[in-house]
Design a protein around this ligand. Structure first.
Ligand code: ZN
Length: 402
């Protein structure tokens, strides 16, 4: 069996390596000169003219683009005074691949959203500034809401140059493998966005990658995840059973039916196999955690509050039926539709008084179609969803079958 996980990671790294039109990095003896130049400069060097497309007007076009360049939000650490001369020299001497490796290891972003919602892809100067910032203050903390997915870090906006590594924290959400889209995070509605957050130790290449996986295993879990020492020696079926046990103990939302859960654990263990045909238990657990994340505290409480408080109960009911449907044999897209509807209803200002009304016409809410509209209508009148009892028994409701 091919080592699927490792391959995916590699493809991801490859895709990232050639993505943007960063400034060319000089190598060899030019480096020293460039370092001195950048240290003394307060402003970013003008963009070098790209000539690789052979277009004679390239220079003019780049210049025009620069004038319309999106503005960063908050204090710009790239344009501002250098935070630490020594660290700046260290990172500025690196090439783009090295800088990106640091950023990736520390789960720092490769771009940010600036004013007018324009995405700013980081160039070398940005990567250097962020690496300096990261080593000086630590890497960004995980989001307390969606950090259970393991990799969702907060981003910071500094007020001014005396930020001390703290500012307004924001979560960009996470990619939901069930919904196959980015899910926005309610961390951003919280009032303590400006509260100081503990930043995590900065990682450097050479730090064990297994250490990274261990971090992933523990990230966002309520109690430490421990794999028994003899697990490696177990036969695949026995190992899968142990994995189901561990996943359930830590609240991963595996399928309710035991044979389905077992099959999932077995599949993920197969996928974790390394080049020596050994199972990588931590990687398998991380894959399971990604596919069946434990409920966050907020989800346990029925999800975030709705913008209009009158809709909160409905959103909680939709979250509950989503969770129940997800662990039943229901089609993933049908289960996901409940959560998508809850997310849309959370965002609206008016109170939902009719499921039919929000499924079409003037009051149509995204992700609420005729079928879901009728189900919501029923919920408003009766206080429960007809399909819920089937999902809770791990069955498919008759009305959902074709
Ligand atoms: Zn979040």
């Amino acid at each position: 069996m091919p080592p699927r996980v490792k391959k995916i990671k590699r493809e991801y790294a490859d895709a990232d390596a050639g993505d943007a039109d960063y400034d060319a990095v000089s190598s060899g003896e030019d480096d020293a000169a460039e370092i001195t130049m950048k240290i003394t400069k307060k402003k970013r060097a003008p963009k070098k003219v790209k000539t690789d497309d052979g277009d004679a007007e390239g220079g003019a076009r780049v210049k025009a683009k620069d004038e319309n360049a999106p503005q960063k939000i908050g204090f710009d650490i790239t344009a501002g005074p250098i935070q630490d001369e020594g660290l700046h020299a260290k990172y500025n001497a690196m090439n783009l691949d090295e800088l990106k490796q640091y950023m990736k290891m520390n789960r720092m972003p490769s771009s940010e959203v600036g004013q007018k919602n324009k995405r700013i892809v980081y160039k070398k100067a940005d990567l250097v500034a962020h690496c300096v910032d990261g080593e000086k203050w630590g890497r960004y903390p995980l989001c307390p809401n969606c950090g259970k997915r393991g990799t969702t870090t907060l981003r910071v906006t500094y007020a001014d140059e005396n930020h001390g590594g703290q500012g307004t924290w924001k979560c960009v959400g996470y990619y939901d493998t069930v919904l196959q889209s980015v899910t926005r995070c309610s961390f951003n509605y919280k009032e303590d966005k400006d509260a100081p957050r503990e930043r995590l130790p900065w990682r450097k290449p050479g730090d064990e990658m297994s250490d990274d996986e261990q971090d992933d295993v523990q990230a966002g879990m309520d109690k430490p995840v421990v794999f028994p020492d003899d697990m490696h020696a177990m036969a695949p079926m026995e190992m899968s059973k142990k994995m189901v046990e561990i996943c359930r103990e830590h609240g991963l939302q595996l399928p309710k039916a035991e044979n389905e859960a077992l099959r999932e654990c077995y599949t993920k263990l197969q996928a974790s196999m390394n080049y020596d045909d050994e199972y990588d238990i931590k990687t398998a657990f991380n894959l399971l955690k990604e596919a069946y994340p434990p409920l966050t505290k907020e989800q346990q409480a029925g999800g975030a509050d709705a913008k209009n408080p009158a809709n909160t109960k409905l959103c909680q009911a939709l979250e509950a039926i989503f969770q129940a449907a997800k662990t039943s044999p229901e089609e993933p897209m049908k289960s996901a539709s409940y959560r998508k509807a809850a997310q849309s209803i959370r965002e609206i200002d008016f109170e939902v008084t009719s499921g039919i009304a929000i499924s079409k016409g003037k009051l149509k809410v995204p992700n609420v179609g005729p079928s879901l509209g009728a189900q919501i209508e029923f919920w408003i009148k009766n206080g429960y969803f007809e399909r819920m009892e089937y999902y809770e028994r791990g069955e498919i409701p008759p009305s959902s079958k074709k």
